[in-house]
Design a protein. Structure first.
Length: 567
């Protein structure tokens, strides 16, 4: 599968020799004349923000259409106005464009076809294939039966065509209360597939629609609107996730029994499931409503908005989706695959910077008060053309507090009393004195610079200095707040075995570090700009903040995988 966005001619910018089962099916349809060109669609419901699972669906539908020189429609399945809003419509379009895709023509909506869908329903009534039912929602569920028990026919199933047409017309006219009646397909209440047991096609719901206003008080159900909308648009291949496999017979039944409609082919693929993650909109809404996260765009959320704020790039998300391929079996993918995609992308292009999150002051006693030794730091070792930038070694610098141990173990290769360490791009330091406050906390190290140790040089008799640490000049440092994000859930499979959101939330998913010291080049970073903080990970400058705030997008290594391996 190629998920790269198309080039100006409409063909993908990269290709793969090996084809997945969806592409093989499309090849067969084209060869047999079942389709002349490929037209797919991405059909989100505008009742929430898109998440990483939607990103895969977007990449599949837009990517496969591009691969075959076809196009992909964006169609909002806006059939439940009580839960939908223009806010979600706008956000979905923005997120799709952020991923790098553009749909064919203007955005479409199922509500564009409400009149036609109503006509299709009338046609099914006239054929004796649909009827108005007075059972309540609870009674309808009871009559439906179970997986092991056949359903029962509704007592209203044998109404005449004339009575059904009259009642359906009056439903549209608003004569009945919400929930008083539904229109149901007349299929088979003993079917082994519960979706075929006279499913509801229309319900009465007086809800203001963001596009049609109050013109309608009856709305089609998703299963009825979806396939017919595909057909109206001339979709050739309806690509959807595996949970719709049991809905395919109903999808086909509607299309086969409505006259004059082409018949798109529905093909299902495994949905995206990630460890330490949930993608249920209802559960995500609970997290937002409970205040467990700051909103739909919280960087810990699996929403595309959250990923964007976290510092993910569209290239990384597409590469991740592309690497998963398409299968027919649901499985859970390790979160580190997504994180590795981001590491790989940012490693190639993120500029390097030094930042000290938990600063410990170091005074280099054999440097003058006004000393300012300029050194050249590499912008990105993966990009020879990136060049260098100046950093200045001064008498007072900051190092990470964790880079010093007063009682260091034998294999501690950073700074310790009477020990040596090399400063990144700088010289070798020797720790001569540890200064503490009245409580015994270490507040300062007094060190001396070892002469002749710049540029990796080691004077005779010094011995090998194994440790290299980063630092920031105290004279130049920029103060910042840094957000350190981790998995939102502490269990690889959240909510399993009856556990709740509260049970599985990771209490350490966010750490706010204040008083971090950054090298001056980070002070002017633009919102959304990404960097590698040397030895610490990849970080993004937060947007909309007057003072420097950076968020960690991902660590340099998969620390959770290490912990699991040890466990």
């Amino acid at each position: 599968m190629s998920t790269a966005p198309p080039d100006p001619e409409g063909t993908p910018t990269d290709d793969v020799a090996r084809k997945n089962f969806v592409e093989q099916a499309i090849d067969a349809d084209l060869a047999e004349g079942e389709a002349a060109a490929v037209l797919t669609r991405f059909p989100p419901e505008p009742n929430g923000y898109l998440h990483i699972g939607h990103a895969k669906a977007i990449c599949v539908n837009f990517g496969i259409a591009a691969r075959y020189g076809g196009s992909c429609n964006l169609r909002f399945d806006d059939t439940n106005p009580a839960k939908e809003s223009q806010e979600f419509v706008d956000a979905i379009q923005d997120d799709i464009r952020w991923l790098g895709f553009e749909w064919a023509g203007a955005p479409l909506h199922a509500s564009d076809y409400f009149e036609e869908l109503y006509g299709f329903a009338v046609q099914l009534i006239e054929k004796g294939l649909a009827y108005v039912c007075d059972l309540s929602a609870e009674e309808t569920r009871e009559y439906r039966g179970t997986v092991n028990e056949a359903g029962r026919n509704s007592p209203y199933r044998e109404r005449s065509v004339e009575e059904n047409l009259d009642l359906f017309t009056r439903m549209r006219a608003g004569e009945f209360e919400d929930g008083a009646r539904t229109l149901r397909a007349r299929i088979d209440m003993s079917s082994a597939n519960l979706n075929m047991r006279d499913p509801v096609m229309y319900r009465i719901a007086r809800a203001h629609h963001q596009r049609t206003g109050d013109a309608w008080c009856i709305y089609p159900m998703y299963d009825f609107a979806h396939g017919q909308s595909d057909a109206i648009e001339g979709i050739t291949h309806s690509l959807c996730s595996l949970e719709f496999e049991n809905h395919r017979p109903l999808y086909d039944w509607f299309l086969e029994n409505i006259d004059g409609l082409p018949h798109p082919r529905q093909i299902e693929f495994a949905r995206l499931q990630l460890s330490y993650t949930i993608t249920s909109k209802r559960k995500l809404q609970e997290l937002v409503a409970s205040g467990s996260v700051s909103g739909w765009d919280d960087p810990r959320m699996p929403t595309i908005r959250g990923l964007r704020r976290r510092g993910y790039t569209p290239e990384a998300v597409r590469a991740f989706c592309d690497g998963l391929g398409l299968t027919k079996f649901n499985s859970t993918h390790d979160m580190h695959l997504l994180e590795n995609a981001l590491r790989s992308d940012l490693n190639a292009r993120a500029l390097r910077r030094m930042a000290v999150l938990r600063p410990l002051k170091v005074v280099i006693t054999n440097l003058e008060e006004d000393a300012r030794i300029e050194r050249q730091a590499v912008e990105n070792p993966e990009d020879e053309g990136a060049g260098t930038r100046p950093v200045h070694l001064t008498r007072e610098i900051y190092i990470e507090r964790d880079d010093f141990r007063e009682d260091a173990p034998r294999k501690f290769f950073r700074l310790k009393p009477d020990g040596h360490v090399r400063l990144r791009y700088g010289c070798v330091l020797r720790c001569d004195e540890v200064v503490k406050d009245d409580t015994g906390e270490i507040v300062e190290l007094r060190c001396s610079m070892v002469e002749g140790t710049f540029d990796g040089q080691t004077p005779e008799g010094l011995g090998k200095v194994k440790g290299i640490i980063h630092w920031v000049s105290a004279a130049d440092a920029v103060d910042a707040t840094v957000h350190l994000y981790d998995h939102l859930f502490r269990e690889p499979q959240p909510l399993k075995d009856g556990r709740t959101l509260e049970d599985d939330l990771n209490p350490d998913s966010l750490e706010v570090v204040t008083g971090a010291k950054l090298e001056p080049a980070l002070g002017d970073a633009a919102g959304g700009e990404r960097f590698q903080f040397e030895r610490l990970g990849y970080f993004v400058r937060a947007e909309g903040e007057t003072e420097p705030v950076f968020s960690r997008a991902v660590t340099l290594r998969d620390s959770w995988a290490k912990l699991e391996k040890k466990g």
